[in-house]
Ligand binder design. Structure first.
Ligand SMILES: Nc1nc2c(ncn2[C@@H]2O[C@H](COP(=O)(O)OP(=O)(O)OP(=O)(O)O)[C@@H](O)[C@H]2O)c(=O)[nH]1
Ligand SMILES: [Mg+2]
Length: 463
């Protein structure tokens, strides 16, 4: 429950579907009596408007014209929510939409809660939970690949995979239950050869394998959804801000020949081969008496601790300094970069901590492609056991889905272990049922009100 409103009613709701200020403002309305209620503040009459039509008219409140609008009318069950719904297209700017919304609320609509339209679509069987969650993923996708992965789930790839695995488990479960309901004599010659342990054990193993693949997919999905933090570090003047700007393709960070230019860190999101990367430029690492710079260096060190990957810049004109050599932070996650290669090419036999740096020129952009390849390969090495981009296939898209897949894996592994020890089937069957239920929760066939409310409350209003 939120205030007096709850997700689980069908009262008429309204919300802005666009951010006020653009050329048009779109207001979505849905719920019981939505068309009649909107009709009370609309001219001409709306009540008899056929489904899937667009009606031109005016929002009228207290006998005063509020705005000239287009209203798209959808009738239950053929709408996004499955309820009677309207999309009201108002004039843009900041005032027209607000005035229309105020008229709608006077007529009887209440503000929609976050994700309430999609919640209703789910409750009315319009989409399963994996699709509902992918709607949110799609809205917050940071790169083209993130978007494509979300769309794959929206079009049902995860739902299909979960459905198929669930079918396998149900087969194993019903096999076990038959043995519970009838004695072995009654089942007789048709008995599975594995009857002493677990009927359909091979099918259970196949389900387990597919579940493990799904669980592992979260690591890569998370990278594409949430991105990674890449911190550029190095001595003052090594060219960190220049590299930051070059990767961003924008003059965002101040560059000068004076060491100690960057004091406070600065960040921006970039896409590197489709992976969302939070790029952070930091103050050059050095001992300093300047109190402002000192705070900057402290912040740099803290950011280094939080980073997923460090790009450590070596100033080509200086070579490897003692400060560079003293740099110990997380070398495992550190990519060494030789900068200023345009004026100071890297000597042939050079290495830093046994690693050959990537040569770039932040000034000319030379070598950046090689740097992107190195970054991508480190990211993928961190999240994948092999070094290849996984094919775009069904993967889990949220922590909730991943946890439920893991619950199913645990229950299934335990049931297989019990079967191995020839424990009775009446101990094994409940575990199999629990695995089936976990999969049902992923798609929403089995769900509780509080889980649903928690999930949809993370959506934006109007979705
Ligand atoms: N020739 C050449 N000069 C570069 C290159 N990268 C940076 N510089 C120059 O090096 C100087 C320092 O560059 P910055 O990007 O400000 O270096 P920084 O590491 O951010 O320095 P601090 O913020 O002081 O720690 C500037 O004069 C840049 O123009 C490069 O690839 N080639
Ligand atoms: Mg700088």
């Amino acid at each position: 429950m939120r205030g007096n409103n709850s997700y689980s009613d069908d009262s008429p709701i309204a919300a802005f579907a666009t951010t006020p200020g653009g050329a048009l403002t779109l207001i979505r309305c849905s719920g019981k009596g939505a068309i009649e209620i909107a009709g009370a503040v609309f001219s001409p009459p709306l009540a008899s408007a056929p489904a899937n039509t667009v009606i031109h008219g005016w929002i009228v409140s207290a006998n005063e014209k509020v705005d000239e609008v287009l209203v798209s009318v959808f009738r239950a069950p053929k709408s996004y929510t499955g309820e009677d719904s309207l999309d009201i297209s108002c004039h843009g700017g900041t005032t027209a939409g607000k005035a229309v919304m105020s008229a709608l609320k006077t007529a009887g609509f209440r503000d929609a809660l976050p994700g309430e339209f999609t919640f209703r679509a789910f409750m009315n069987g319009k989409l399963d939970l994996t699709k509902a969650e992918s709607v949110m993923e799609l809205v917050s996708a940071k790169t083209e690949i993130s978007r494509r992965r979300a769309v794959s789930r929206l079009s049902g790839s995860l739902k299909t995979e979960i459905g198929e695995i669930k079918k396998l488990l149900v087969q194993v479960l019903s096999g076990a239950e038959i043995y519970l309901d009838y004695s072995e004599d009654e089942i007789g010659a048709d008995a599975d050869e594995d009857a002493g342990r677990l009927p359909y054990r091979n099918i259970a193993l196949e389900a387990l394998l597919r579940l493990k693949k799904l669980s592992a997919s979260w690591q890569i999905e998370r990278v594409y959804q949430e991105g990674i933090t890449l911190v550029i570090a190095g001595c003052p003047n090594s060219g960190k801000s220049s590299l930051f700007n070059a990767m961003l393709k924008e003059d965002r960070s101040i560059v000068t020949e004076i060491p100690g230019t960057t004091r406070d860190w600065i960040e921006a999101w970039v896409s590197i081969e489709g992976i969302p990367v939070r790029l952070v430029d930091t103050a050059g690492l050095r001992e300093t008496g300047d109190s402002v710079e000192k705070i900057g260096v402290e912040r740099s060190r803290k950011l280094l601790e939080e980073s997923d990957i460090v790009l450590y810049l070596i100033d080509g004109t200086q070579g490897l300094t003692n400060d560079d050599k003293n740099f110990t932070a997380k070398n495992g996650r550190c990519i060494f970069v030789w900068n200023k290669n345009d004026i100071a090419p890297m000597p042939d036999s050079f290495n830093a901590e046994g690693k050959i740096p990537i040569c770039v020129s932040a000034k000319t952009g030379g070598g950046l492609d090689g740097l992107y390849t190195a970054i991508t390969s480190v990211i993928l090495q961190q999240v994948l056991s092999n070094n290849e981009h996984e094919e775009l296939s069904a993967g889990v898209g949220t922590v909730r889905q991943k946890n439920l897949v893991d619950d199913a894996i645990c229950a299934l592994e335990e049931s297989l272990a019990l079967a191995e020890r020839e424990e009775p089937l009446d101990l094994i069957a409940p575990l199999l049922r629990s695995a089936v239920n976990s999969l049902g929760e992923i798609t929403g066939e089995v769900s509780t009100a509080d889980v649903l409310e928690e999930m949809f409350s993370r959506f934006c209003v109007g979705k």
